[in-house]
Write a protein of this length. Structure first.
Length: 363
């Protein structure tokens, strides 16, 4: 089996949904604000809501095909589902919750083929070794979600659906579980569809991004290409740039990344030469200078070209910049644009603090 193919129309009550996208290995994020249709689409993929038309397949395993009158029930779809709340069995230990998944997987034939991952592999992957004898009531929210993910993986799914799995957690617990989700993406070998309305999660986890609005897919594709299209209440989601670490100064914990032949620096403790990183540069963290400045603490002074200026958002203007063969953005006051006489086509300098950049490691 390979990736997920979705081409459908349907309704959740009177709410219409129309989607057309593919999800290969890694994480495909479904992103949109509340009411965009993310969970409705997940229900159609999982089989708890029937589409009106179209087709859903995981490789050659057809889940729904209107023309061929195919509609597999949820238990026949080989899909692992992790909800916003863990939904563990409260009377069972962590070990029993996990082993229950193996029994459940037999319903779709997991016993007739070799399971892709062993019990011990999943326990180690998700760091559950010291939790196996505990009941769910004695676990933190992040620990419960890790157990829920393990249970879904141990049913030997062909596809994993995660419906805002971090939404019920506070910031500390989210930061605790995100590294496990990265390992899950990189090591499980199972395609993952990840529903979220948190831009930070998308930037860190997603390989493919599907944007939803009003029940429609408005854009889909590689995350670095689609990410700048996210509307973050006028503040801009920023841009994702990918490159390789070429140098690391351990004394000052400064990493230098090659971005299409241009050096870019960030502060980091956990990188090594040769690593590939994804950098998120927010529009609000980019400043503009007409001439190359000197004597600044800012480590990244980048020659860029202004390709567009949008000044329709009240007191602010959004600049689209061309840099290292990619686009990035800057959010300035309209007064600054006027004072500097900035226009599309101008060659200027963009300044980005090394400490303002978020990064995630790539496979």
């Amino acid at each position: 089996m390979t990736g997920l193919v979705v081409s459908l129309t349907g309704f959740n009550g009177a709410f219409p949904v129309k989607a057309n996208f593919t999800a290969d290995q890694g994480v495909t994020a479904l992103f949109g604000h509340s009411g965009a249709g993310k969970t409705t689409l997940l229900k159609m993929i999982s089989g708890t809501l029937r589409p009106a038309s179209g087709r859903i397949a995981i490789g050659d395993h057809v889940l729904f095909d209107k023309e061929k009158s195919i509609f597999l029930p949820p238990e026949k779809r080989r899909i692992g589902y992790v909800f916003q709340d863990a939904r563990l069995f409260p009377n069972m230990s962590v070990a029993r919750n996990l082993t229950y998944a193996r029994w459940a997987g037999k319903r779709w034939g997991a016993d007739k083929r070799r399971a892709s991952r062993s019990f011990d592999d999943i326990v180690q992957l998700l760091g559950l070794e010291n939790l196996l004898t505990r009941k769910p009531t004695h676990l933190s929210g992040g620990e419960r979600q890790r157990v829920a993910i393990g249970r879904a993986l141990l049913s030997d799914p062909a596809l994993l659906l995660l419906d805002e799995p971090l939404s019920s957690l506070d910031r500390m617990r989210r930061q605790e579980i995100l590294p496990y989700l990265e390992m899950l993406r990189d090591e499980s070998g199972v395609p993952i569809v990840y529903v979220s309305h948190e831009i930070d999660e998308v930037a860190r986890l997603a390989d493919t991004l599907v944007l939803l609005a009003g029940g429609n897919v408005v854009a889909s594709g590689p995350v670095a290409k689609v990410f700048p299209l996210i509307d973050n209440q006028g503040d801009g989601s920023g841009v994702l740039l990918e490159g390789q670490v070429t140098d690391y100064d351990a004394a000052y914990q400064i990493a230098t990344i090659d971005l299409n032949g241009t050096a870019f620096q960030i502060t980091d403790q956990g990188v090594e030469k040769g690593m590939r990183l994804r950098l998120r540069i927010r529009e609000r963290d980019v400043s503009i200078a007409r001439n190359k400045p000197e004597g600044l603490s800012i480590r990244n002074i980048l020659p860029v070209k202004i390709t567009a200026i949008n000044d329709e958002s009240g007191s602010f203007a959004r600049l689209t910049l061309s840099y290292a063969g990619q686009q990035m953005g800057a959010r300035l006051t309209r007064k600054s644009v006027a004072d500097l006489s900035l226009q599309a086509g101008d060659d200027v300098y963009a300044m980005v603090k090394a400490v303002s950049v978020d990064r995630t490691a790539l496979r």
